[in-house]
Write a protein of this length. Structure first.
Length: 569
């Protein structure tokens, strides 16, 4: 069978199984691993061109790490925040430590294999989590922002670990590896900083005149630097990652990333097919018990660690729970790291099959957990309360004389508070982000930490005497719950909520909302009204611009950022 025909059949099988995975609401990545298992030597034995697939899979890994590097700009790292930093590093350390103790002492494996597998169990899939959060339209929610921050921390640590594994491959004593490795790293880092600041901006600006040239330059830069690193004794993976980081500060970073993703997706599919084909089905009996046990570890202990850490930092139990569930699977990085570990010759190849088996289980189960997290939460809320440090204190709850209660205070709430102050209305702000509560208290705003779905909290509020209740949460289920509770207590109250969906807005109106804010439509209405009032006067627009600049400065000072437009690929 020719290589072309072989690849065509494999891709057709992958497309069929991926379609089945979509119907089952499972990650496509699982479909690729299953495809590899089917076309491999243990089932249909269709995979003959191992060298060709190996080359394509290497390209896939290089493209994946190149795009990861593109998203690791200094600006992104600065924006992570202390919550994600503390939780991310804490989760990596605690998961690795707990996993190592269990694997080393319970299964009796030697130190290095135990450490490698425990590290593989630490990392979560950025691709899967981002896809599910995007499908749920949750990317702008608090728990999602924390999760994304944790995933970025994991990506950085995984990249550092790849450097160590590449050092292992070269052999030699530890002292030689460390000294030579550090020397090479410092020299390359200095050269790359100079290139990134002085050469790359001119190159990207020149190639950006043509979309095709920019695309070709990006591939040449990524693969060229990966090859250079390989010649200097580092791994191809680290070279590709570094190439991405060097381009991350470019003004064309988003465009390059968008153009590279389809290419990455194709080659990474072949990588996971190859990985699936290498699963040792002959040793499946030996893998089942540790595989299931360690899968339960990832599905239960990993989220629990995040829940405990976020609870200790003062976050509400629901935020901690939702963020914790997002990391209940292993990552594509886990598989890449284990493959690199087995290539050193110091870790048995059977462990790569074990981690792949764990990946199949955790990716499948966690997808359902993340999708149905909101319905799972009420059943576990009382237990999750054990891990919540901050409680609502009745003595701090001064809502008896409030005209307005505001649930959620971030971007939209900022303007509402300013207006209420100007109108000299008495108001209470309720939010479950401890960072926002701390800022509000520093600004002498009457506020408390709490959850809009907390019945105990709502019973303490004097809803019967409140004139207006505003929710900027933009979660239809929470808002429907609030509307039902408030209408039962005070049918005359004015109820304002926020939505990003017409169908949900109509549902909220049917449930009794007085007005539903749809930010994007409201922005268009405001722009139209501004044109109508300012007419075609350049002077009036200049005055409006000055006012807007002051407004944006105050927003920036408060730590606000306008949500980015989501680009789907």
């Amino acid at each position: 069978m020719s290589t072309f025909l072989e690849l065509s059949i494999i891709i057709a099988i992958a497309a069929t199984i991926s379609a089945l995975m979509r119907l089952l609401r499972q990650p496509a990545l699982m479909g690729y691993l299953i495809t590899g298992l089917l076309v491999g030597p243990y089932v249909f034995n269709l995979l003959k061109s191992q060298e060709t697939l190996q080359l394509f899979s290497q390209l896939g890994i290089a493209m994946l790490l190149f795009i990861v590097g593109l998203n690791l700009s200094p600006r992104v790292i600065r924006e992570i925040g202390k919550t994600a930093l503390i939780t991310g590093l804490g989760q990596i350390f605690l998961t690795t430590a707990a996993g190592f103790i269990i694997i080393h002492f319970l299964f009796g494996w030697s130190i290095l294999p135990s450490l490698c597998v425990s590290l593989a169990l630490t990392f979560s899939s950025t691709i899967i989590v981002m896809k599910i959060l995007s499908d749920k339209q949750d990317l702008q929610k608090l728990y999602a922002k924390i999760s994304i921050g944790i995933l970025i921390i994991q990506d950085v640590i995984a990249a550092i670990l790849l450097i160590f594994f590449s050092a292992f491959k070269s052999g030699g004593s530890w002292n030689e590896l460390v000294i030579v490795g550090l020397l090479k790293a410092v020299i390359i880092a200095v050269v790359l900083v100079i290139i990134s600041l002085y050469l790359l901006p001119r190159l990207t600006s020149f190639f950006a005149h043509s979309q095709e040239m920019l695309f070709l330059f990006s591939i040449a830069w990524g693969l060229g630097l990966a090859s250079l690193f390989y010649l200097l004794g580092f791994s191809l993976e680290i070279g590709a990652l570094t190439a991405g980081v060097a381009l991350s500060m470019s003004p064309y970073q988003l465009e390059i990333s968008a153009k590279m993703k389809p290419l990455r997706d194709f080659f990474i599919i072949l990588f996971f097919i190859m990985l699936g084909s290498q699963m040792a089905v002959a040793n499946l009996n030996q893998l089942i018990v540790p595989g299931i046990f360690l899968s339960l570890f990832v599905l239960i202990i990993d989220p629990l660690i995040v829940i405990v850490l976020l609870g200790a930092l003062g976050y509400h139990r629901k935020t901690s729970f939702l963020a914790g569930l997002t990391i209940a699977q292993i990552s594509e990085f886990s598989l890449i790291l284990m493959m690199a570990a087995t290539q050193t010759g110091r870790v048995p190849k059977e462990l790569l099959s074990l981690v792949t088996f764990i990946g199949l289980i955790t990716m499948g189960v966690s997808s359902y957990l993340i999708l149905h997290a909101e319905s799972l939460y009420p059943r576990l809320a009382s237990i999750l309360g054990w891990f919540e440090r901050t409680k609502v204190k009745p003595e701090l709850l001064d809502a008896k004389k409030c005209d307005v209660i505001l649930f959620g205070c971030d971007r939209i709430g900022f303007d509402i508070i300013n207006t209420l102050r100007q109108l000299k209305k008495k108001y209470l702000v309720i939010d479950f982000n401890p960072d926002i509560i701390e800022k509000l208290r520093n600004d002498n705003v009457n506020c408390i930490y709490g959850d809009a779905e907390d019945n105990e909290l709502l019973e303490q509020l004097d809803l019967e005497k409140t004139t207006m209740i505003i929710s900027t949460i933009a979660d239809v289920q929470i808002d429907l719950f609030l509307l039902k509770k408030i209408k039962a207590a005070n049918s005359a109250a004015i109820l304002i909520v926020v939505s990003h969906n017409i169908a949900e807005a109509l549902k909220l109106y049917s449930a009794g909302a007085s007005y539903v804010i749809l930010p994007h439509f409201l922005g268009g209405q405001y722009a139209a009204m501004m044109i109508k009032h300012l007419k075609m006067s350049a002077e009036k627009f200049e005055n409006k611009k000055r006012d807007h600049l002051k407004y944006l400065a105050s927003r920036k000072k408060s730590g606000h950022e306008h949500p980015r437009r989501e680009i789907k690929h």
